[in-house]
Design a protein around this ligand. Structure first.
Ligand code: TYD
Ligand code: MG
Length: 457
């Protein structure tokens, strides 16, 4: 018999090398190459065309002649989840839910299972992490009962396949992909090869039998278990469950969606009886705000298709010794450095010998350019020890010459600020006139950071 060939696979990014390497040349991570036995290409043999591809569709066809059926969507009771999914669950899709351990993935899927079986679907909940009684305990706490929700503690994919073909469920939950074992694959459970193979298998099940599959994937920071990152290209939809386990708010973010827009977020609160959706996130993020406090500025940020108002806080204090410190939570560190450099050079604020601590409240990660103006004003406010009126808010991108550049969806942002009772909104001068409606809120156009500071302080 021929000697089994082995390869070394990076557990972080999936890079394959024939030799052992200390550092992965692809992603640069150390000590993550693990030896795995080379598998014959078993996925190839299994792959049959998905049932959606009929003969006709596989030929080139004029776009005018393509018949289009609107994807039917199943709506859960959680409106926030439906929106993140682009309007509901598309039957036969494969949805990956990633997140840190303990964030609430199993809780969310248990609740969703309960709701789906109420709608008449048959749900198979496969758990590789908990026993049936543990799942039952959680379901009891969440108030979920039902004849059509089946729990199945199992990790062996061959049994799972068989059960599915006998049971014909409408929904399949796999909790989690890292615990599933494809017996044909010799590498350890949780390794890259296993996870890939299990996911490919689940994709087949979803497409061939038209079963909607939810897959849980734990995100591990530099741990030995491979992260769900490597699966993103294989699945239809990727949702990440974010949040701080010390706080009760959880954010579900879609980072990939074949059936909807990405970057859409849904906000939930973890309560004693499970996850409850938060319909008005802006109100919650602004709830504990100290009005007129130094260093506080409110930004209207677009999260997917929804505008959300978030407070940015800065604390600027003189550096006691050595290099100035810059720390930020929820805001990109580089963005803070750029804005501080612009304020220094174009706004004449002496920031080089000041420590800066920045934070977006509520644990929201802000990463669009339109937050720049609020960021700059928050820093300036703390530096000048002058508060910004609590009824002001900001949108605008700051350029390197100190100019304020136009942003998208200004109309929606202004309306949201008005709805929440803000009196003034500072927007890029070039955005003025981008809408026709009369607003009650006072809209002030600014052209540079200096202009903005003159109008506010
Ligand atoms: P879990 O769904 O088990 O997390 P994951 O599957 O992502 O690892 O949720 C774990 C946390 O949620 C746990 O710390 C307890 C908390 N929790 C509640 O606060 N309320 C609830 O009703 C439930 C079921 C869990
Ligand atoms: Mg879990």
């Amino acid at each position: 018999m021929a000697k089994a060939k082995t390869k070394f696979v990076c557990q972080n990014c999936g890079y394959i090398s024939p030799r052992y390497l200390g550092r992965c040349p692809n992603c640069g991570v150390w000590n993550q190459m693990v030896e795995e036995v080379d598998q014959p290409a078993s996925t190839k043999a299994k792959a049959t065309p998905s049932r959606r591809v009929s003969d006709l569709e596989s030929k080139p066809i004029s776009i005018n002649n393509v018949s289009f059926e609107k994807e039917p969507r199943v709506k859960t009771e959680l409106g926030e989840l439906n929106r993140v999914l682009g309007g509901g669950i598309v039957p036969g899709s494969l949805i990956l839910i990633g997140g840190d351990p303990g964030i609430g993935k199993s809780t969310l899927l248990t609740q969703v299972s309960g709701q789906l079986q109420k709608l008449g679907g048959k749900v198979l909940y496969v758990s590789g992490e908990e026993s049936a009684s543990q799942i039952k305990m959680r379901a009891d706490r969440l108030g979920i009962t039902g004849d059509n929700l089946y729990v199945y503690p199992q990790t062996d994919m061959s049994y799972i396949r068989q059960t599915i073909s006998e049971m014909h469920p409408d929904y399949l939950i796999i909790d989690s992909v890292q615990t599933m074992d494809e017996p044909e694959i010799t590498s350890a459970v949780g390794s890259i090869s296993q996870i890939r193979e299990v996911t490919a298998e689940l994709m087949n099940i979803a497409k061939q039998q038209n079963i909607t599959v939810f897959v849980v994937g734990h995100v591990t920071k530099g741990g030995a278990i491979a992260g769900p990152k490597i699966l993103e290209h294989m699945v239809d939809t990727v949702l990440y469950f974010e949040g701080d386990t010390h706080h009760s708010y959880r954010i579900l973010r879609s980072v990939k969606n074949r059936f909807g827009s990405t970057n859409e977020i849904g906000i939930f609160e973890m309560q004693t009886k499970g996850l409850v959706e938060v319909a008005n996130p802006s109100e919650i993020f602004l709830e504990e705000r100290l009005a007129n406090a130094n260093g506080s500025a409110v930004v209207v940020s677009m999260e997917g298709t929804r505008p959300i108002l978030v407070e940015i806080q800065s604390l600027i204090t003189p550096t006691i010794f050595g290099n100035a410190k810059r720390t930020s939570t929820g805001i990109d560190h580089n963005r803070v450095s750029v804005i501080m450099a612009v304020l220094e050079k174009r706004g004449n604020l002496m920031l080089q010998n000041q420590d800066a601590y920045l934070k977006s409240t509520g644990g929201v990660k802000l990463d669009e350019p339109a937050i720049d103006l609020a960021l700059a004003m928050s820093i300036a406010s703390s530096y000048k020890n002058t508060g910004i009126p609590g009824t002001d808010c900001f949108v605008g991108e700051v350029g390197l010459t100190g100019e304020i550049r136009r942003v998208n969806r200004i109309d929606q942002r202004v309306n949201e600020a008005e709805k929440l009772g803000f009196k003034r909104i500072f927007v890029p001068k070039n955005n003025i006139g981008d809408w026709s409606k009369d607003n009650k809120i006072q809209i002030i156009g600014v052209s540079t950071v200096t202009d903005a500071m003159n109008k506010i302080f």
